[in-house]
Design a protein around this ligand. Structure first.
Ligand code: AMP
Length: 398
């Protein structure tokens, strides 16, 4: 990917700067219950304010579907944002129109203004040109710090970037730098671990990764489909048996591209999917008829770790087993802890992401010991699929 612009490319003093953040935090009874996203957004906003910019913050919150409502107002975010920034934050009850214009005009150097929810207007998600022009008219410069929304071509994530000088904020920059280091210009060999429930939701991702990485570990429920496709007995395991041809195609493509595939060689099985059932470990190709695979076994863990030790880069999405239900978290935790230890020893650059993966790394207590853990969900997956993210493409100077 060509280099995107950053805050270092903008001269912001005295300028009005629109900053697209992701302040879509969990909220209960009008109070923010987890301010992580607000705190993470603070770095860019503080830097801009410190450099004398007049900062105008844009975000979406929830799914108001184009209608104004108290439930989805961003007003309750003002206080937590002010706390994170250590300065007063003004608020305008709309993101376009006279309210927003007056509030933007009233800003002095260093001031911060939060605008009301972008998604009170359907035109935001439609990337409608009149709405986009009204947003752009509020400011001189545009900064996008919301990687998690970069897979959407909305007015605030893509449209505005074409109307104003545009750059990535520090959060977006950190995310892109790590993602590029992991898959675009990685230190080789590169290992990818892909787990999770189904092959069908991760076809594009697997197709992209076999062309880019040197070792691909397939775990979780999706590995069962691959085992089945190779003629293994998988008992009553979750599998998409109708996708056997697709699985064989992926294995064929991997062979052509010299990507070594690691499938489970042994499996932890049980008769029922429930917490703490009677379990046994069996060969992954000989699962008894009345049993199902719920985690990979010790031999598979050892094989993954041995290969990982030969690698310099790791990309991880999806758990190796049904990690929410004990004891089927063991393999995911063991491999995550090994990756964390190699990362601490500076032998491995490790990047992980996706909702379940973040939860699995948290269960292993290593989410802060990877080189980078992306909380971006959909945008992270689309990036793993090799797709161009419109919000990122718009930050690359033509
Ligand atoms: P995904 O959202 O596709 O990443 O899938 C994550 C889900 O896959 C988690 O809820 C896991 O519990 C589930 N999962 C992983 N391995 C298995 C398995 N062997 N059998 C059933 N579910 C699994």
């Amino acid at each position: 990917m060509p280099k995107f612009s950053t805050l270092d490319d903008l001269s912001v003093a005295g300028k009005r700067v629109l900053v697209r953040c992701d302040l879509n935090v969990p909220m209960k009874d009008g109070r923010v219950t987890d301010a992580t996203r607000i705190e993470r957004s603070a770095e860019t906003l503080k830097e801009l304010s410190g450099k004398g910019a007049r900062v105008i913050v844009l975000s979406h919150f929830g799914r108001p579907k184009g209608k104004r409502s108290a439930e989805f107002s961003q007003k309750p975010l003002v206080e937590p944002l002010a706390q994170a920034l250590g300065r007063r934050v003004a608020f305008a009850e709309d993101c376009i129109g006279p309210e927003a214009e007056q509030a933007a005009k009233a800003l002095k150097d260093g001031d911060v203004l939060l605008l009301e929810n972008l998604r009170f207007h359907n035109e935001e998600e439609a990337n409608e040109s009149g709405f986009t022009r009204q947003l752009a008219a509020l400011a001189d410069l545009y900064v996008n710090d919301a990687f998690s929304a970069a897979h959407r071509a909305h007015a605030s994530t893509e449209g505005v970037a074409h109307l104003l000088p545009a750059a990535a904020g520090r959060l977006m920059q950190a995310e892109l730098d790590h993602l590029q280091a992991a898959l675009e210009n990685p230190k080789r060999p590169v290992m990818a671990i892909v787990g999770g429930a189904k092959v069908s939701t991760k076809l594009d991702l697997l197709g992209n990764l076999v062309g880019k990485v040197d070792r691909l570990v397939i775990g979780g429920g999706m590995a069962n489909t691959f085992l089945f496709a190779q003629g293994a007995e998988i008992g009553k395991s979750l599998a998409e048996r109708e996708m056997a041809d697709t699985a064989r195609d992926i294995l064929g493509k991997a062979r052509e591209r010299n990507c070594k595939i690691l499938l489970p060689v042994d499996a932890v099985v049980a008769a029922e999917f429930k917490a703490n059932p009677l379990v046994e470990t069996v060969a992954a190709n000989a699962v008894p008829n009345n049993k199902m695979i719920l985690d990979v076994g010790a031999k598979t863990i050892a094989a993954i770790v041995a290969e990982m030790k030969k690698c310099k880069t790791l990309v991880w999405n999806g758990p190796l087993g049904a990690f929410e239900t004990p004891p089927f978290e063991r393999a995911t935790i063991a491999v995550a802890q090994e990756a964390a230890s190699l990362t601490r020893a500076k032998a491995l650059l490790s990047v992980a992401g996706g909702g379940d993966t973040v939860a699995a790394l948290a269960a292993a207590a290593v989410e802060d010991q990877f080189s980078y853990v992306s909380t971006a969900g959909g945008a992270f997956l689309e990036w793993l699929e090799g797709k161009e993210l419109p919000g990122v493409a718009a930050l690359i100077p033509k």
